[in-house]
Design a binder for this molecule. Structure first.
Ligand SMILES: Nc1ncnc2c1ncn2[C@@H]1O[C@H](COS(=O)(=O)NC(=O)[C@@H](N)CO)[C@@H](O)[C@H]1O
Length: 423
């Protein structure tokens, strides 16, 4: 969310950002509420001044005058008491509207209403020309006995997966490889639960606008997180960190849950879009400095590109449009990896900088060397998410005999040069 002072001073900037991002906030309603609160605060202050002056006068008054002044003091106290709940109610309504305010996107973001306006900025590697008819990832799994996709849908319903044999071990090897890459890059490994309390999702930005994506645990203040980012972002909520302790650079590993509400009919087969998946997540909390944020953005993006290059997968880099990046983003770059059976690139990584939009929601602050307390900046990026990346690995590295070659970098983790059929 934005600083109310910034909104007051830059209403047109905020209005334009809402338009470009497709935000639903009625900015005029927010500004009117803000003015109402200022008026009420001014009335409260003048009544308090009046009460103090009246109390002073009563102290010096003659016995005859005192009774009247004390009576007046009671009336003023009652007026103040009546203003209290009004002010609280207005401030609660303002906070709800502030949750819907947009980060002003960086000037390089393509302006457009959706992902069709995303701009390809780089391509790495090129799609393989197959000398045989390649199989898609579901065919490869079924032919090699690498999963129980049919049986598990009986157990857990649609958008579920169960891997078997070499592919199951391969998923674990990939997660450990990605974790090691991030630890080597100086990130602190953290394991987090896959569930959190409701306020944590407001702190992240998932609530209030995307509640339908989140599973709730019946009977508890407990919601299943779609990404470790949600929890990592709340780890330091309410603290004032010394600047010397920044940046916090965490690599989080967790199961991720998503209802995929609204995705009916999309990617219904196999491993592309499931309700529970695994992700190695990069998360950074740094000082409120645009260059520092830019350096971390570039570093986190480079980490993910290095992983895709180690996996020997063709991919492309997309500068994400204002309409696709979502309310909180200052900048978002996605990596899309080639899927032979679809003859197109599909998203596997999403790198975002949010300036202090999350920090204001989660109350993430630090004390600068100048002693001033400020909201921090936050960023996040996918290091690797499975099982989606298995779609690309199986299809791009398949052999005519149905086995799948393991990229060099993964062999020490997997233990073999190729995935072989389950007996
Ligand atoms: N339902 C899903 N099934 C499988 N993989 C998914 C699903 N949803 C997201 N992913 C994977 O998780 C990656 C990151 O998801 S994201 O929503 O784009 N971004 C985030 O979660 C950020 N925290 C950065 O990781 C996606 O690029 C994709 O590779």
């Amino acid at each position: 969310m934005l600083d109310i002072k910034f909104i007051r001073e830059n209403p047109d900037l905020v209005r334009k950002a809402l338009e470009h991002k497709g935000g639903t906030l009625d900015l005029d309603e927010l500004l009117a509420l803000d003015r109402e609160i200022s008026d009420l605060k001014r009335r409260t202050e003048s009544l308090q001044a009046e009460r103090n002056a009246n109390a002073k006068a009563a102290a010096k008054a003659t016995p005859e005058e005192r009774a009247a002044l004390i009576e007046k003091g009671k009336q003023i106290a009652q007026q103040l008491a009546d203003l209290e709940p009004q002010l609280r109610d207005l401030e609660a309504r303002l906070k709800k509207l502030l949750y819907l305010t947009p980060t002003i996107p960086w000037e390089g973001a393509p302006v457009g209403p959706d992902d069709s306006f995303n701009v390809e900025t780089r391509v790495h590697g090129k799609p393989r020309t197959f000398l045989f008819e390649p199989l898609d990832h579901v065919e490869l799994i079924n032919r090699n006995g690498w999963g129980e996709l049919e049986r598990i849908s009986k157990v857990s319903g649609s958008r579920s997966y169960a891997l078997k044999g070499d592919l199951m071990v391969y998923e674990q090897a990939l997660l450990r490889f990605a974790l090691d890459q991030l630890v080597a890059s100086g990130f602190t490994p953290v394991s987090v639960p896959a569930y959190a309390r409701e306020e944590v999702f407001y702190g992240h930005g998932q609530f209030p606008t995307a509640r339908d994506q989140v599973y709730k645990v019946e009977g508890d203040d407990m919601y299943l997180a779609g990404t470790a980012e949600v929890l990592l972002n709340y780890l330091h909520a309410g603290e004032i960190l010394p600047e010397a302790e920044l940046p916090k650079a965490y690599v989080g590993v967790s199961a991720c849950f998503r209802s995929e509400a609204g995705s009916a009919g999309k990617d219904v087969r196999g491993l592309m879009r499931v309700h529970q998946f695994n992700k190695v997540e990069q998360y950074v909390l740094c000082k409120a400095d645009l260059e520092e944020s830019g350096r971390w953005f570039d570093l986190m993006l480079a980490n993910s590109e290095r992983i895709l290059q180690a996996l020997e997968l063709p991919y492309r880099v997309l500068e994400v449009s204002t309409g696709d990046m979502g309310l909180g983003k200052y900048r978002q770059v996605d990596l899309e990896t080639w899927v032979p059976s679809e003859n197109r690139y599909r998203e596997t990584h999403s790198c975002s900088a949010l300036l202090d939009w999350q920090a204001r929601r989660a109350n993430l602050r630090y004390r600068g060397e100048d002693g001033k307390v400020r909201y921090a900046y936050t960023l996040n990026n996918t290091a690797l998410a499975t099982p989606r990346i298995l779609v690309m690995l199986l299809e791009n590295h398949q052999n005519e005999d149905g086995t799948v070659t393991v990229p060099e970098a993964l062999r020490p983790y997997f233990g073999k040069e190729r995935l072989e059929p389950t007996r």
